[in-house]
Design a protein around this ligand. Sequence first.
Ligand SMILES: [Zn+2]
Ligand SMILES: [Zn+2]
Length: 442
Amino acid sequence: MPDVQLYKSILDRESSKPNYERQYCSRYWHYEHWRRFLKHGRVFSALDIPSMSEKTFIKEQEKISDAWEVTALKEMELTVSEERSLAIQRGDVDSEGIPLLTVVVDGSWAKRSYKTNYASLSGVAAIVGLESKKVLLVGVRNKYCVVCARAESKGLKPDEHKCFRNWMGSSSAMEADIIVDGFTKSVEMHGVKYARFIGDGDSNVYKKILDSMPYDNLTVEKIGCKNHLLRNMCNKLKDIARNGKIGHVTLRKLTGSCVLRIRTAVTMAIKYRKEEPSKTENDKIMSLRQDIMNVPFHVFGSHENCEPYFCRDKKDKNYVTVLKTSGLLCRLLDVLNSLSDHARSLIKDVSSNKVEEFNSIVSKFIGGKRINYCLKRSYQARCCAAVVAHNSKTPVYKLHRSMYNCSPGGVNKRSEERKAARRARDSLRKKKLHPKTTFFSS
Ligand SMILES: [Zn+2]
Ligand SMILES: [Zn+2]
């Protein structure tokens, strides 16, 4: 049962204030609720409460969408300056003095499509700076415009409108197009070059970046995301354990139960080799390759080639001979061999978590992909709002400042402060739960 008095008091407060739009802006977070209220006008009429007309709502929504886009651009410009000065400080510039950045890239769609059904109407991709961990560039591709679609269905020419359809290709090609666009325009737009990028296992993006040749005298380097590489390895190992054609069932069960141990062993080898002092980069990579290839032997009880740092308990049963005769060991070594080919990426120990974090904020703004926001510009505006939220952590405050050149009221500030405090508490708790392992005391 709705709280009639509460709604009435809110609306009385709203209508008594002169600037209608301003009040709605500061309550953007409740936008979805307002929209639902407006859609269900009968609730309002039952409560005898006047509400916005649809026309007014669309007008206000357009203004706020514009404001989110402008605020996002300002935030991204600030991040670029931060990344630029950090690159200059560490001397990472090319012969012309242009700063060289390492970025993390990824994309997501407006519709759930994990390994199947890539038919989303809109997609977003972001380029995030590795040092600042903030979004440097965001792009949206829309395949659909409700005005154009309605006109087409009637066989008419659409009326003059602000059209947000900017993509005619397939949904799966959206991410690569946005990222390549970002790379080719980086010098012109921001005066920086994206020299290295961290991405997931999607080789299509890298191929397209190389094909587009964004910089005359620089080849962009790809660093594989550690989490994706390890996840792929685990999936392949699980496939081997599930394959009924190889080995005895007990050995396959043993393999399946050791997948996590193999992953942990590889992770520990990466941490150790990365921090190893007095070794060149190439030596570290070679040592890591050897460690990775030794992991199955170590996990299944043969410690002859283990490095002293690698294992303490050497009393476990040795299964290596039986695994070898069953053919399972050979398959496991194949998987580990293809992982060790990425030792150059693994030694960097970097992941695409920051861009995944941005994707999760986008997902939050679009209601967990349950509601279709791809009809007009709503998806684009929500992606921009996600940029402001990710980069500044105080989105409503930033939006208000950008729209009115003044701070919002104390209520908003206190609310943003409370959220920031909660985030800090959560992150501290996580750090206490999962402390970082260190190998060297000095
Ligand atoms: Zn259109
Ligand atoms: Zn061992």
